[in-house]
Design a protein around this ligand. Structure first.
Ligand SMILES: Nc1ncnc2c1ncn2[C@@H]1O[C@H](COP(=O)(O)OP(=O)(O)O)[C@@H](O)[C@H]1O
Ligand SMILES: [Mg+2]
Length: 226
C-alpha cells in the first residue's frame, strides 16, 4: 500500500522516511512506536488527509495522489476510521450518529434503518440506540464510533489509538470487538502504544521509529524480543 513513501510537512518536518508497507486483505496489523514516530501521519496518508511528498500510497490499486477531489469520497467509503477521541456528534443519538454516516453519502432512507440496527447489534449497543453520547461511558462511545465506521461495510478499518482514552478493561473490550470484526473478514490497521494488548494478541507488528519502519514481524510482541 505504501511504496517508498516520504512525508515532509510544509514546516520542513519529515514525519515518514522511505516507508514500504503492504497490508494483505484480511490482515490485522498493529502500528506501534513512541509519540511522534509517525503513526498518525501514516494513517493520514492512507485516508488521503495528507499527500505523500515522495513515493506512492495505493489503495485498491489506485494511487491516492492521482485522485481528483470528486473521487476522494468514494475511496474513503472503503475505509472505516476510528479515532482516540471518538468524534461523535454531541446533539445526535447513537442511532443518528451511525445513520448520519449513510445519510451524507445519499443512501436511501429505507436502507439506513436496517443497516444501523445491524451494526449496533454487532457492537452490542442496541439498547443504547436512543441515548446521546454524553449519556454513554467512554467504551460505549467508542463502540458507537466503531458502529459508525462499519456501517458502510468497509473492507478496511483504520484505528488511531482507539483505546488511548479508555481504562484497561474497556480497552480489552474494544480490542476484542476489533478482533471479531477482523474475523468477519475486515482488514484492521490499528496504531497504538498499548504494549500489553499488542504483546497479548500476537499479531503482525509494524514498528516506527523517527519516521522509519524498524520492524515488521508476524506474531510479535510490542517490544523486540531478540
Ligand atoms: N501537520 C503537521 N505539521 C508539521 N509537523 C507535523 C504535523 N503533523 C505531525 N507532525 C510531526 O510529525 C511527526 C510525526 O507525528 P505523528 O504522525 O502525529 O506521530 P505519532 O502519531 O506516532 O505520534 C512529529 O514530529 C510531529 O510533530
Ligand atoms: Mg498519533
Amino acid at each position: 500500500m505504501l511504496h517508498d513513501v516520504t512525508k515532509t510537512y510544509p514546516n520542513g518536518k519529515t514525519a515518514l522516511r522511505d516507508v514500504d508497507l503492504v497490508i494483505p486483505e484480511g490482515d490485522f496489523v498493529f502500528l506501534v512506536g513512541a509519540s511522534g514516530a509517525g503513526k498518525s501521519t501514516l494513517i493520514k496518508l492512507l485516508i488521503r488527509d495528507e499527500i505523500a511528498t515522495r513515493g506512492a500510497v495505493m489503495l485498491d490499486g489506485q494511487d491516492l495522489a492521482r485522485l481528483n477531489r470528486r473521487e476522494v469520497p468514494r475511496i474513503r467509503r472503503k475505509i472505516g476510521i476510528i479515532f482516540q477521541d471518538f468524534k461523535l456528534l454531541p446533539t445526535k443519538t447513537v442511532r443518528e450518529n451511525v445513520g448520519f454516516a449513510l445519510e451524507v453519502t445519499g443512501t436511501p432512507r429505507r436502507q439506513i434503518g436496517p443497516a444501523v440496527e445491524r451494526v449496533l447489534a454487532l457492537v452490542g449497543l442496541s439498547a443504547q440506540a436512543a441515548q446521546l453520547p454524553s449519556q454513554l461511558s467512554g467504551g460505549e462511545q467508542q463502540r458507537t464510533a466503531i458502529a459508525r465506521a462499519l456501517v458502510h461495510d468497509p473492507r478496511l478499518i483504520i484505528a488511531d489509538e482507539p483505546t488511548g482514552n479508555l481504562d484497561p478493561l474497556i480497552s480489552w473490550e474494544i480490542i476484542q470487538l476489533l478482533s471479531r470484526i477482523n474475523e468477519l473478514g475486515v482488514t484492521v490497521l490499528m496504531a497504538t502504544h498499548n504494549a500489553e494488548i499488542v504483546t497479548a494478541l500476537r499479531r503482525r507488528v509494524v514498528a516506527l521509529e523517527d519516521g522509519r519502519i524498524t520492524r515488521d514481524e508476524l506474531g510479535a510482541a510490542y517490544h523486540r524480543e531478540d
